[in-house]
Design a protein around this ligand. Structure first.
Ligand SMILES: CC(C)(COP(=O)(O)OP(=O)(O)OC[C@H]1O[C@@H](n2cnc3c(N)ncnc32)[C@H](O)[C@@H]1OP(=O)(O)O)[C@@H](O)C(=O)NCCC(=O)NCCS
Length: 129
């Protein structure tokens, strides 16, 4: 059963500007080392960073009340499977929200062009028979 969905779109230039202006301070506050590493290994790093930014927003929107709790950007982390498929790892208060709302799975999808990155997140609760 789907119990929440979230979507977000991010201008890649905004993530680029924040990185250029604030350097490590911005990157470390928003992204995990894994996310930074994944993005920096690729030729268009900002597209991947912006997609991860959108993914974090999409996941929090899917939870609905995410904004009322103290959450860190790094509480939502995006990994990629060998095939490239993105998956979500949660920590801290977002992980607690997942447990409280009895969410069993989060399905995430990312896409990016040269100018925009988008992400959608779907919260799933397994039906108990
Ligand atoms: C997934 C795919 C459709 C991406 O489409 P695209 O138009 O090139 O790029 P988009 O900007 O729309 O999407 C990129 C995002 O797709 C996601 N993605 C990549 N592979 C994926 C997969 N197998 N399943 C689901 N999502 C995937 C990633 O999140 C990626 O963004 P990220 O690298 O920042 O995490 C394309 O790469 C594809 O057909 N892959 C098939 C699987 C494949 O060939 N794998 C090769 C390695 S085994």
């Amino acid at each position: 059963m789907i119990i929440g969905t979230g979507i977000d779109i991010v201008e890649i230039s905004r993530v680029k500007n924040a990185t250029v202006n604030w350097k490590d301070k911005f990157l470390k506050r928003v992204f995990t080392n894994k996310e930074i590493g994944y993005s920096k290994e690729r030729p268009y790093s900002y597209q991947h960073l912006a997609a991860r930014f959108a993914a974090k927003e999409a996941v929090l929107k899917a939870f609905g009340d995410g904004w009322n709790k103290r959450v860190e950007w790094t509480d939502v982390e995006i990994w990629n499977e060998k095939s490239g498929k993105p998956i979500v790892k949660l920590y801290g208060n977002v992980k607690k929200m997942k447990e409280k709302m009895k969410v069993d799975d989060i399905i995430i999808s990312l896409s990016h062009t040269r100018t925009y990155a988008v992400a959608s997140a779907i919260l799933v609760r397994n039906d108990k028979i």
